[in-house]
Design a protein around this ligand. Structure first.
Ligand SMILES: [Zn+2]
Length: 168
């Protein structure tokens, strides 16, 4: 399986496993079956649910980037390795690759010569992975400022409880 279009689904922030839902939509006009995908927590009492997308990989990356996601200690990006890199090096690497991909997308758009469908989907997926990488980075290093345009979906609330070790 190609990780790019088959990302692993993160656990729910409640600690439970998650599943992907595929929901069929009948389009009466074209007669072509279309689907919606989203991720939801397996624990019914939790009820966490990700955004609805037309592609499974989008739904997974949407969930993984959301406030419901239980971010892993290490994120495996299919086209990017952070192994052995410092925080600053990771940030630089993400930014550099993002601008490279955006340049590629803009070039194709402006030239009026669209990319072949497979390359287009891959580019879209890579950009979605970059978004996830940025949100993972902010969560992992507890700094949302590094990528000014990418903050976790939820405003930081109740961050005032500074837990200091209790001495009994
Ligand atoms: Zn949950």
């Amino acid at each position: 399986m190609d990780l790019l279009l088959n990302p692993e689904i993160n656990f729910c922030s409640c600690g439970c496993e998650t599943r992907i839902i595929k929901h069929g939509l009948n389009s009466q006009k074209s007669g072509k079956k279309r689907y919606q995908y989203w991720i939801e927590c397996l624990d019914d009492s939790c009820g966490n649910k990700g955004g609805t997308e037309a592609q499974s990989w989008k739904a997974i990356l949407n969930w993984n980037s959301s406030e419901h996601s239980d971010f892993p200690d290490y994120v495996e990006i299919p086209f990017l390795s952070f192994i052995g890199l410092s925080k600053e090096e990771i940030a630089t690497k993400i930014s550099a690759l993002e601008s490279e991909l955006q340049t590629k997308a803009n070039k194709s758009y402006k030239s009026g010569r669209p990319l072949p469908q497979k390359a287009y989907i891959e580019l879209k997926a890579q950009l979605a992975w970059i978004d996830y990488a940025k949100i993972w980075f902010g969560n992992h290093f507890n700094c949302t400022e590094s990528f000014a345009n990418k903050k976790p979906n939820k405003p930081q609330k109740n961050s005032g409880d500074k837990s200091t070790p209790q001495t009994n």
